[in-house]
Design a protein around this ligand. Structure first.
Ligand SMILES: [Fe+2]
Length: 367
């Protein structure tokens, strides 16, 4: 990529393609303390109130800077590296982290160990990269006193409070409002598919686990749905087209949201899975379409529930697992409450927390 100056016009070229940079685009990016707030780097002027007929009167490139005099009297030095970064035209921190597909053969997942200055450490940076690669991470040795999970979540970003509160206790109880609070086997699911927006990340912290069963199970929704796309296009297509209703009803609230079981982005790439077979209702469609839908949902459910894709492990006290609720499905095996205590605490954070922290740590450690 090259930036050059020809007759007071600025051009950038990439390979054989060369194009002029709009003078207004540069005028919006003027640097210096009279234009940008030093701390926040936010503009001290409103570009939409400026004359749109901005022209460059004089310009020169020197020492890695573009020095420009504009026709509205403003002069500024703009860092060429900053401009070059913008030409990437996309996120250069999160998107480039390649998702690693995994199934039951996944072994030796890197475990992280909590320590005092954890949230500001290089270790936290590595943890977040690993989280974006695998969709989950396990952190050992996280203090369990005084609902520490909330402190932990807030040290990455901000807890996403829901009608279950800031955090929730996962313990079997009488008259539960969710099957999580029983001793039953929980098949792989994503949490809260009925919320708008769905909480992005779930944190689960093991406080006590004395039972023999109650193993935690995880399935990579990305691996499963990419395989479905390859092996059963028809099923993949209908599951990524039909929006179904997810609903949660409690005494004080009725939550409802509609979504495809497999959501894709504008490039038809993986974006999110929602799966909670006790809560989804497909709308009424023509019979042959529903034939295909039910066949496809069954296929997806069989894959999510197959041993081929599932990892199982026992959470020990002080283990905290952080999982991408848009990608990874979680569940547990059944347990016998007479074996002893099984007590987990959970809470949610959103992607702005992990993205914001990762960008900050990259800046801090110059990575
Ligand atoms: Fe859950």
């Amino acid at each position: 990529m090259k930036i050059e100056l020809i007759d007071n016009k600025i051009f950038f070229s990439k390979g054989a393609a060369k194009q002029e940079i709009h003078p207004f685009w540069l005028r919006e990016r003027v640097d210096g303390k009279e234009f940008l707030d030093k701390g926040t780097q936010q503009r001290l002027f409103d570009p939409s109130s400026m004359n749109i007929k901005i022209e460059i009167k004089k310009a020169k490139i020197s020492g890695g800077f573009l020095e420009i005099n504009f026709n509205d009297g403003v002069c500024s030095k703009i860092n060429l590296n900053k401009i070059a970064l913008e030409f990437a035209g996309k996120d250069t921190v999160i998107k480039p982290i390649k998702k690693i597909k995994w199934d039951s053969s996944l072994k030796n997942v890197k475990k992280f160990k909590y320590n005092e200055n954890f949230s500001e450490s290089k270790e936290m940076h590595d943890l977040l990269v690993s989280f974006y690669e695998y969709g989950f991470v396990i952190i050992k040795n996280v203090p369990t006193k005084k609902n520490f999970i909330v402190n932990f979540a807030n040290s990455i970003g901000s807890v996403r409070r829901t009608n279950f509160g800031e955090y929730f206790n996962v313990k079997s109880k009488n008259n539960p409002n969710d099957l999580a609070y029983t001793t039953l086997h929980l098949s792989p699911h994503t949490d809260n598919p009925y919320r708008n927006p769905v909480p992005c990340i779930q944190l689960l912290h093991c406080i006590e686990n004395e039972v023999d069963g109650g193993l935690s199970t995880l399935v990579d929704g990305y691996t499963v749905t990419e395989n479905l796309k390859k092996n059963d296009k028809e099923a993949y297509q209908i599951l990524s087209e039909i929006k179904v209703r997810f609903k949660f009803t409690d005494k004080n609230v009725v939550l409802e949201d509609w979504s495809e079981l497999i959501r894709t982005d504008e490039n038809k790439e993986f974006k999110q899975v929602r799966f909670s077979p006790r809560l989804d209702y497909v709308p009424i469609l023509k019979k042959n379409k529903l034939d295909l839908y039910y066949r496809s949902r069954k296929k997806l459910s069989d894959l999510y529930n197959s041993k081929k894709y599932r990892i199982e492990f026992k959470l020990e006290p002080k283990d905290l697992i952080m999982m991408d609720n848009y990608r990874v499905l979680h569940g547990r095996t059944k347990f016998n409450p007479e074996d002893g205590e099984r007590f987990l605490q959970g809470c949610y954070i959103d992607f702005d927390s992990t993205e914001g922290k990762l960008r900050h740590l990259k800046r801090k450690f110059n990575i």
